[in-house]
Ligand binder design. Structure first.
Ligand SMILES: NC(=O)c1ccc[n+]([C@@H]2O[C@H](COP(=O)([O-])OP(=O)(O)OC[C@H]3O[C@@H](n4cnc5c(N)ncnc54)[C@H](OP(=O)(O)O)[C@@H]3O)[C@@H](O)[C@H]2O)c1
Length: 316
């Protein structure tokens, strides 16, 4: 029987189980996808721990994961544009970490043949979130852009999308990620106390745009540096959005297969890299979330629902 990640009470990674579930069929207007890879995102930790229960309650037994890539296995009546065997990527809220998902055609787009499965599985989540933030602040050639947590899943994509617009990108990170970021054309700066002074020294010309993907006072730093609120986006600081009126564009604002296709094409063509920090087999989902919760990474952590030949021997 197909497997799916489930949890039946709020708690730590130990509440996560691999359940056997019935194989879904494609109803009218639906597509069934055999999942190959599904990404992990920090927001899923908060949902599973019950931190967001007031706004996004779980319906037990709850599924997990949103963004995935796989093969079309069945196409329901009324669906055009997809056929059995197509390689696709998409978004299945709280359902993606499973052997099989059901999605509407509006939640899928074609996976370019040249794009790896783990990378493709990260497009509709971290990729779309990064895209939305960059679009909101519209960096222009010659400008200087700061990205906080630039080695994180969203930050590393946002920083590269900004670079494509002909800007200088400063990315905050810990020292272990400095070489990684430099390899992507991003100038690293240490986060933490004294950040504003380090950014002033690194960008004597001034900072035009600030993409915050971590919270923890980054928007305050941006304001202190003189960045205009309409050139600041945060995906992790609701208080700063209220206080300063900065943008909060995130996944929802780029929840669009057209955007995913553009991102996937950029990645397949090598215009951007979606770095894969670690791949875990589905049955090691608890370990994957323990590692994710450290909040230190170089790119994306992804679950291999089916074996990923390109990561053979490289699974955590
Ligand atoms: N609303 C949405 O649609 C949406 C969608 C996706 C994500 N998000 C949110 O966006 C945030 C980022 O997500 P993500 O997937 O990019 O997370 P992630 O991959 O877990 O980000 C980890 C990064 O954070 C950095 N970091 C750790 N401590 C830091 C600190 N004190 N100051 C600055 N950076 C620090 C780490 O840098 P080093 O490894 O270099 O130490 C690491 O690279 C999360 O809060 C997530 O919930 C929102």
């Amino acid at each position: 029987m197909p497997r799916a990640v489930r949890f039946s009470r709020y708690g730590g990674p130990e509440v996560l189980e691999i359940a056997e579930v019935d194989r879904p069929r494609a109803g009218h207007g639906q597509v069934v996808v055999d999942v190959v890879a599904a990404a992990l995102n920090p927001g899923e930790i908060g949902i599973r721990e019950g931190v967001f229960a007031a706004i996004w309650p779980a319906r037990f037994p709850e599924g997990q994961g949103n963004d995935f890539a796989g093969h079309v296995a069945e196409v329901g009546d009324g669906v055009t544009g997809f056929a059995v065997g197509d390689e696709v990527l998409g978004f299945a809220p709280r359902a993606a970490q499973a052997d099989v998902v059901v999605a509407g055609p509006g939640a899928l787009t074609a996976k370019p043949a040249g794009l790896g499965w783990a990378e493709a599985a990260s497009v509709a989540g971290a990729g779309a979130t990064a895209w939305a933030g960059v679009e909101a602040v519209d960096p222009r050639p010659g400008e200087t852009v700061v990205v906080s947590a630039a080695a994180g899943g969203v930050g590393v994509i946002a920083a590269q999308l900004a670079r494509l617009r002909g800007v200088t990108v400063l990315g905050t990170a810990s020292e272990g990620n400095f070489g990684f970021l430099r390899g992507l054309g991003i100038q690293p700066v240490t986060y933490g106390p004294g950040l504003a002074d380090r950014l002033r020294a690194a960008a004597p010309q001034g900072v035009d745009v600030y993409l915050d993907t971590f919270g923890a006072g980054n928007v305050d730093t941006a304001i202190a540096l003189g960045v205009r609120p309409d050139r600041i986006n945060t995906i992790a600081d609701g208080r700063a959005v209220q206080r300063y009126g900065v943008h909060s564009a995130a996944q929802e604002q780029a929840d669009d297969p057209v955007v995913w296709a553009r991102l996937a094409a950029l990645a397949a063509q090598g215009e951007i890299t979606i770095p894969i920090a670690a791949v875990y087999p589905l049955e090691r989902v608890r370990d994957a979330y323990r590692d994710l919760a450290t909040r230190h990474v170089s790119g994306k952590r992804v679950l291999a629902v089916k074996p990923l030949p390109e990561f053979e021997g490289d699974h955590r």
